[in-house]
Design a binder for this molecule. Structure first.
Ligand code: FPP
Length: 249
């Protein structure tokens, strides 16, 4: 057992960790190799982090794999990322099943290329009975899109006379988000030294602990995940209360 792992308190593991996987391009540039090879190496990190998360009992791992804004990248990079997704999902299904990993997706997945969508749906279907950890891929995802979509659904309910605007609750809003049924992430990690949310899970991270690391995603592995969890465990989550109130609970 690694030293770091033994320091983690098993009673306080985040149920849901969200990750903004950033820095594949800069990692490749540093090595003088094409950006797409950075994404290929990023897949290794996805595998290692998913395994580590499963081992310590994390129940949901949400990865920002492709944002709505990522369509603006050079077409060759977009095509390469979509093919990599297809290749990876196809190649990993057997291992996902062996390790009890359920695959899910959030985002406007209907907007993905047909081959990617088909492989994704197939992966979701073939792993749907696994219950050790749920790997959620955010694909063609934008938090503003998700919030707007929820608003439109609720507006439609009001229009149909199902409820009044004043009756709309947080729970009703959450029911219309693509993360419905999942706990909100307790911990959000962003790699590569950037400190912003980039339109990721804006509603769901209201009380999330944020962890930023300079490590590029292809260099992020088990040990880095354990470090992030240790940092999380050393924080006091007050949810608006005082320290004294918390210690009297
Ligand atoms: C960010 O690095 C990474 C992405 C936009 C794509 C992430 C995709 C993978 C790791 C591979 C496929 C994933 C799965 C889940 C199978 P960047 O390109 O923004 O790096 P840069 O900021 O250094 O340019």
């Amino acid at each position: 057992m690694s030293d770091l792992k033994s320091k983690i308190n098993p009673e306080n593991i985040p149920q849901h960790i969200a990750i903004i996987m950033d820095g594949n391009g800069r990692w490749a540039k540093q090595k003088g190799i094409p950006r797409v090879l950075g994404h290929h190496s990023g897949v290794k990190s996805v595998r290692e982090v998913t395994e580590a998360a499963a081992q310590i009992g994390v129940k949901y791992l949400t990865l920002y794999a492709f944002s709505t804004e990522n369509w603006n990248r050079p077409p060759s990079e977009v095509t390469a990322l979509m093919s990599l997704l297809v290749e990876t999902i196809k190649g990993e299904i057997r291992d996902l099943n062996k390790n009890g990993v359920r695959l899910m997706a959030i985002g406007d997945i209907e907007g993905l290329p047909p081959a990617t969508l088909k492989t994704l749906r197939d992966g979701i279907e073939k792993t749907k009975d696994n219950d050790r950890v749920t790997l959620v891929l955010a694909l063609n995802y934008s938090a503003k899109w998700e919030i707007l979509r929820a608003t439109r659904y609720l507006a439609e309910k009001v229009k149909q006379g199902i409820c009044l605007p004043s009756e709309i609750t947080e729970a009703m809003f959450e029911h219309e988000l693509s993360t419905y049924g999942m706990p909100d992430p307790e911990l959000l990690i962003r790699t590569s030294g950037e400190a912003r949310l980039s339109n990721f899970l804006l509603w769901q991270v209201a009380y999330t602990e944020l962890y930023f690391t300079p490590v590029f995603w292809p260099d992020f592995g088990k040990e880095e995940l354990f470090n992030a969890i240790l940092s999380y465990q050393n924080r006091e989550r007050r949810f608006g209360k005082t320290s004294e109130q918390l210690s009297n609970e």
